[in-house]
Ligand binder design. Structure first.
Ligand SMILES: Cc1cc2nc3c(=O)[nH]c(=O)nc-3n(C[C@H](O)[C@H](O)[C@H](O)COP(=O)(O)O)c2cc1C
Length: 190
């Protein structure tokens, strides 16, 4: 029987298209495609994602989505069916950007007493920051948040990160670019 083509969902959260985290995201995508995956990519900054207001309806009714009619309606089915998940974004004020945090909070409808239920069997995150040192940048806070979420979801995650301030500067970080492509290939490895 023919093997099903793996499906990867990529969410790029920087408002700077073709910026540093988006470039790393595209490298991961290239690796995943080279390994045979079908990839769908979305820019969170282009989507309308209303913040969670703690109404509790998603938990009470176990509907598996937020009651708000926003662009998460498009993402929930993809989050459930994807085999691999890529989250990319810049460090803003020592943690994840608002665009990414809006999305992360809206994972609440996919939680239960058993944790967070995603389709993904593996994940890759790409974080970029302007400070020369990862610790001073606040990247550790962003990585800690994402690591806790993927631990909650029982999904192994690989972190790709690089220091790059100006738009596109990450193209000079050959090590990070190489690791990003490899991570994409690993994302869909059997
Ligand atoms: C509003 C804002 C806040 C930022 N906060 C930080 C920060 O806390 N630490 C840091 O090292 N860089 C910070 N930066 C720099 C970005 O993280 C850096 O330029 C990153 O590579 C941008 O990624 P992008 O090109 O994908 O948008 C900030 C940039 C902006 C615009």
């Amino acid at each position: 029987m023919a093997k099903r083509q793996p499906f990867v969902l990529a969410l790029s959260s920087s408002p700077r298209k073709k910026g540093n985290s988006d470039i790393l995201c595209d490298r991961v995508i290239a690796g995943a495609k080279a390994a045979g995956a079908k990839v769908e990519k979305y820019y969170l900054n282009d989507m309308t994602i209303k913040p969670c207001v703690a109404c509790g309806a998603c938990q009470e009714k176990r509907i598996g989505r937020c009651v708000f009619d926003d662009d998460m309606r498009k993402l929930y089915p993809l989050l459930k069916k994807c085999d691999g998940l890529i989250l990319a974004g810049p460090v803003y004020f020592f943690t994840v950007s608002a665009q990414l945090k809006l999305f992360l909070d809206k994972l609440y409808p996919l939680t239960s007493e058993n944790g967070l239920k995603l389709g993904a069997k593996r994940a890759v995150t790409c974080l970029t920051y302007g400070a020369p040192d990862a610790l001073l940048s606040g990247c550790d806070n962003a990585a800690r948040t994402l690591n806790d979420i993927f631990t909650f979801a029982n999904v192994p995650v690989r972190f790709i990160h690089a220091s790059a301030w100006q738009k596109g500067e990450v193209r000079q970080r050959s090590g990070a670019l190489k690791r990003a492509r490899e991570a994409g290939q690993e994302l869909v490895a059997g």
